[in-house]
Design a protein around this ligand. Structure first.
Ligand code: ZN
Length: 57
């Protein structure tokens, strides 16, 4: 099994329970970016998501 890339949105937005987990980093980043924009109205760059929000598990 490879590493998985995980976004636990609860750490970014206390009232959100959204979790993304994917072995494909590009997919995880894209899903995370779409979620942040559509649900929270916040634009993050891929680099911000990778460095600040995505965890490797
Ligand atoms: Zn969220």
């Amino acid at each position: 099994m490879g590493q998985a890339h995980k976004l636990d949105c609860e750490s970014a937005a206390a009232d959100c329970r959204f979790i993304i987990q994917s072995e494909n980093e590009d997919e995880a980043v894209e899903l995370a970016r779409n979620h942040m924009k559509e649900v929270h109205g916040t634009d993050y760059t891929d680099d911000e998501l990778r460095s600040e929000h995505l965890q490797v598990v």
